[in-house]
Design a protein around this ligand. Structure first.
Ligand code: ADP
Ligand code: MG
Length: 242
């Protein structure tokens, strides 16, 4: 009979933290354990991915349980879906009242665009309003006076672009409940600690949940996590030789 420890070993998953939610073995647990809405499962199934990857197995239950997360897994291991699916689960539906309930920070425009593409497919048919701050059309809407601005559910941005928009009061982050810092190790290369601090300072909602994803976990990423994570879960997926 398979035990948890053999499951973790087989998947090369390491868990750290208090009461870390157990990893999931299959997609069906999205419904049975977390009550994920059927449309989300339907959209997920369109990709035809038969099983979750190791980081998806470990990280999704943590985010679905609405805990802070520090996640490490190699490039190409499916980290994007690991944060996008729980995000859409928590937002449930578009909101006419609140703008920017979720923010995803990504180091480059290209990666931001890739996240956007996957998010559009995963939210197909649900009319979530997604703003990619590096796209001129979306951005020009925010440059108008506040009453004329379009409302968005989700914001995707590079860190510098976002810091500037916050400084110019073009975006207001007081409603943000879910903040994802993607490719955190690459964000550090561009001197990201200070930018992260200003983004965090602008996210004033008391129920803010934070997730940090990274291919590697160098000292700078650990330091960044320590400065703002609360009782976080750590989910680390090793490479073959680690
Ligand atoms: P990472 O952010 O970890 O570098 P991505 O999220 O960009 O990785 O995913 C890498 C590739 O794996 C993408 O092409 C994605 O479509 C694919 N992928 C994601 N989840 C699965 C899965 N469960 N099964 C098969 N392929 C997947
Ligand atoms: Mg990625």
């Amino acid at each position: 009979k398979a035990t948890l420890s053999t499951f973790l070993k087989a998947n090369k998953i390491k868990l750290k933290g208090t009461d870390v939610p157990l990893p999931m073995a299959s997609w069906s647990e999205l419904e049975t354990r977390f009550n994920v809405q059927p449309w989300l499962r339907t959209n997920l199934d369109k990709w035809g991915w038969s099983v979750p990857t190791a980081i998806q197995r470990g990280a999704m239950p943590v985010l679905l349980a609405n805990r802070d997360l520090l996640a490490g897994a190699p490039t190409g291991s499916g980290k994007t879906l690991a944060f996008l699916l729980p995000l859409l689960h928590h937002l449930r539906a578009p909101s006419k009242k609140e703008t920017f309930r979720a923010v995803i920070v990504s180091p480059t425009r290209e990666l931001a665009q890739q996240i956007h593409d996957q998010l559009r497919r995963l939210s197909d048919g649900r009319n979530f309003r997604i703003c990619v701050l590096t796209n001129t059309a979306d951005f020009s809407s925010l440059s108008q006076e506040p009453s004329k601005r379009k409302k968005f559910d989700i914001l995707i941005s590079t860190p510098l672009r976002l810091v500037h928009a916050v400084e110019k009061e073009e975006v207001e982050l007081g409603n943000v409940r879910h903040l994802v810092l993607d490719e955190a190790d690459r964000l550090l290369e561009e001197g990201f600690l200070e930018q992260t601090d200003s983004i965090l300072a602008a996210c004033t909602h008391p129920d803010l949940r934070k997730a940090l994803f990274s291919a590697t976990l160098p000292a700078g990423v650990e330091e960044m996590a320590r400065t703002f994570m609360v009782d976080e879960c750590r989910v680390i997926v090793g490479t073959k030789d680690s």
